[in-house]
Design a protein around this ligand. Structure first.
Ligand SMILES: Cc1cc2nc3c(=O)[nH]c(=O)nc-3n(C[C@H](O)[C@H](O)[C@H](O)COP(=O)(O)OP(=O)(O)OC[C@H]3O[C@@H](n4cnc5c(N)ncnc54)[C@H](O)[C@@H]3O)c2cc1C
Length: 434
């Protein structure tokens, strides 16, 4: 159990009650941030338990700073389970296509496009499922309810509560509803209306194949340098990312491939796949990429990548409801900061709700509802620009990794340097002070 101030009652006034739809990374983090502030948060998750893939992902130093403010316990977990990059290491970007031999593919003078120093982003990489499970274990008893799929909600002006309707016919009430329900968010759809263009995400025509292998297996297949930090192999219509996780014992591998076809089922994020698809994608590439299919199981799952670039939501809040994390600004993963951006959202939404909670004693039912609506509008205004910048820039970088507009390592290097600067220098709380 955490040292969070779970049972805090503000001078006899009951704490705000927040319903969080979605027990993914961002929903659980937000709940921990709220409990820390004496706000009662209940997660409603459609799955029967916390569900995350056993794949790696990473958080920047900037995101860790905001995470610590959200709830220091989060940083403790991440620090314990992460593989950390240090200021002297770098991410390397390789020509994954042209080298014909293994020696050439590992020869920096022939295949290395450039390196970017890690002293800016300083990623810490961990295994998603482990991080989510450890975070979930910090929540107070009863703070996560599983098997609850949100269908709709009512935010009645006259009603002092938002009412959530679940697929199993049950309902729940709360002062505020936070939709942390991911890229295909039901909360967003209900908030904007099913005919609004931003009610559905756009398919980016990219699929990803993910796996993790013991580090020695990865190194013998992909070369010594893959164990030393993030490596991106670039080439036509695909790219291949590798980096060590779990204290350097595992190599995380993610392939991102352009696919002109529509995703098999647009309502689902995954589809069954064979490793022969990977063999086909990298058929003419350098030996590392051409053989990477051997590291994957025969039968697997591929993920369709959707984002909000084409039709970004015009607002993240309406009434006493708002959207947080991928529900608001799902992005392609090419900048590697989708969840980091969710951390930023979580901190801002916690801060604005904390300020209503602090004034609760002086607010009656009606003014409290108004204060909540205004707080969520403040959240939306603070996050909207950032939430559009991330998916837009990530999509542009993905095109460059995949040589979709031609091979341009200099342009890519400049674009990455500019993006890294924008990521590290961004002050999440500044819009709240304005
Ligand atoms: C290949 C890949 C690599 C990535 N790497 C990184 C990285 O290195 N660093 C980084 O910062 N980001 C990365 N990202 C992005 C990151 O994964 C996402 O931004 C993050 O997981 C979003 O979390 P979330 O909680 O908002 O949404 P999700 O993780 O999608 O969680 C949503 C939750 O809501 C639940 N749900 C959905 N609908 C309902 C409903 N109607 N009712 C109840 N529950 C519902 C779902 O079951 C799920 O548990 C990567 C993404 C991909 C695809």
């Amino acid at each position: 159990m955490s040292n969070s101030n779970n049972n805090h009652i503000n001078g006899g006034i009951p704490p705000l009650e927040v319903a969080i739809v979605g027990g993914g990374i961002v929903g659980v983090m937000t709940a921990l941030g709220l409990h820390r502030r004496g706000i009662k948060a209940t997660i409603y998750e459609r799955a029967s338990t916390y569900t995350e893939v056993s794949a790696g992902f990473a958080f920047t130093e900037a995101a860790r700073r905001w995470m610590e403010q959200l709830n220091p316990d989060l940083l403790e977990i991440l620090g314990r389970i992460s593989q950390k990059t240090d200021a002297n290491s770098s991410n390397s970007y390789w020509d994954g296509y042209n080298p014909r031999t293994r020696e050439d593919a590992e020869d920096e003078s022939k295949a290395l496009l450039f390196r970017t120093p890690n002293n800016k982003l300083l990623f810490w990489g961990c295994v998603r499922s482990q991080f989510l499970k450890e975070m979930g274990a910090l929540l107070p008893e009863g703070a996560a309810v599983f098997g609850k799929q949100l269908l709709s909600y009512e935010d009645d002006e006259k009603n002092n509560k938002v009412v959530l309707h679940f697929e199993d016919g049950t309902t729940a009430k709360a002062d505020v509803l936070l939709g942390c329900d991911g890229v295909h968010s039901s909360t967003r759809k209900n908030m904007l209306g099913p005919d609004h263009p931003a009610s559905r995400p756009g398919y980016t025509h990219n699929v990803t194949y993910r796996t993790m292998v013991p580090i020695d297996v990865g190194v013998s297949a992909m070369g010594e340098k893959t164990a030393q930090g993030g490596c991106m192999h670039c080439g036509p219509n695909a790219c291949l990312l590798t980096y060590p996780v779990q204290s350097g014992t595992l190599l995380n591998i993610a392939i991102f491939a352009y696919d002109a076809e529509e995703f098999p089922d647009p309502k689902r994020m995954t589809a069954p796949a064979n490793r022969s698809e990977i063999e086909k994608i990298f058929k003419d590439w350098c030996p590392h990429a051409a053989n990477v299919w051997k590291l994957y199981p025969e039968k697997m799952i591929k993920w369709g990548i959707y984002d909000m670039t084409q039709n970004p939501p015009p607002t993240y809040a309406s009434g006493r409801v708002c959207i947080v994390g991928d529900a608001a600004h799902a992005s392609t993963p090419f900048l590697g900061i989708g969840a980091c951006t969710g951390v930023e959202d979580a901190l801002v939404v916690c801060k604005v709700l904390e300020s209503v909670q602090a004034r609760r004693e002086t607010l009656n039912g009606e003014t409290a509802a108004d204060a909540l609506r205004e707080a969520l509008q403040t959240y939306s205004r603070a996050r909207l620009e950032r939430g559009q910048w991330v998916p837009r820039n990530s999509g542009q970088i993905g095109r460059m990794y995949q040589w979709r507009d031609g091979r341009d390592p200099e342009g890519l290097q400049q674009k990455l340097a500019k993006a890294a600067q924008a990521i590290v220098s961004y002050d999440v709380l500044a819009p709240l002070a304005a």
